[in-house]
Design a protein. Structure first.
Lengths: 114, 115
């Protein structure tokens, strides 16, 4: 199975709150888990990524938590700001004979209210 | 610092027209991809290419074709546009081997409306 399931579909958080987006996968062959951020009118851009041999990665206010045994990973946005309002996609990278291919979740639209 | 360029931001075409969407990357990436993005459906892969003149079907190739004559350019073709092809189209590129770099770089998208 090459699906990545993402939830919630949309999220409203107050300024200063914590935003949490969850993803789950089935294929244990995935070996890289990036998150992409997309602002209206723009293409998705790489935000942060983690490899499965690490349980947590933090970059500023953004943290990925990774649970290999549960096959789940999540994005936490601390002290959420209105400028974080965007659509977020989780993804998993699948290597097939050296060719890298990303499988994307369905996206979460985050709105941070002032 | 633009790396993946899509030729049009907005496009309006009539039903039955042949439509070309162009994508150019300047990062010497081997792989190029075409996605369509629709609300609630996320990013769906239409076609991808891992080398010049090579192409592979993605998850929703029906009604589309592609062309890759040069490494830096990947074209998506709608042979006979239909209203259900109204969507945001995103081009992306990547290195073939993760040793050169992970992940994709996306263009800004082309919003196509078929009337």
């Amino acid at each position: 199975q090459q699906q990545v399931k993402q939830s919630p579909q949309s999220l409203i958080v107050q300024k200063g709150g914590i935003s949490i987006i969850n993803c789950a996968y089935e294929n244990t062959a995935f070996d890289y888990f990036p998150w992409y951020q997309q602002f209206p009118g723009k293409g998705p851009a790489l935000l942060i990524a983690i490899r499965p041999d690490v349980s947590e990665k933090k970059e500023g206010r953004f943290t990925i938590s990774f649970n290999k045994s549960a096959k789940q990973f999540s994005l936490h946005i601390m002290d959420s700001q209105p400028g974080d309002s965007a659509t977020y996609f989780c993804a998993a990278l699948f290597m097939n004979t050296g060719f890298q291919k990303l499988v994307f979740g369905t996206g979460t639209r985050l709105l941070v209210s002032p | 610092d633009v790396k993946v360029t899509q030729s049009s931001r907005y496009l309006v075409k009539r039903t039955g027209e042949k439509v070309f969407l162009e994508c150019v990357q300047d990062m010497d990436h081997e792989n190029m991809f075409w996605y369509r993005q629709d609300p609630g459906l996320g990013l769906r892969l239409i076609y991808f290419s891992y080398d010049v003149k090579m192409k592979e079907k993605g998850d929703i190739p029906e009604g589309y074709s592609v062309s890759r004559e040069k490494k830096e350019r990947f074209s998506l073709i709608l042979e006979s546009a239909s209203t259900n092809q109204t969507s945001m189209y995103l081009c992306a590129s990547s290195f073939n081997h993760i040793g050169q770099g992970y992940g994709y770089t996306f263009g800004s998208g082309t919003r196509l409306t078929v009337v």
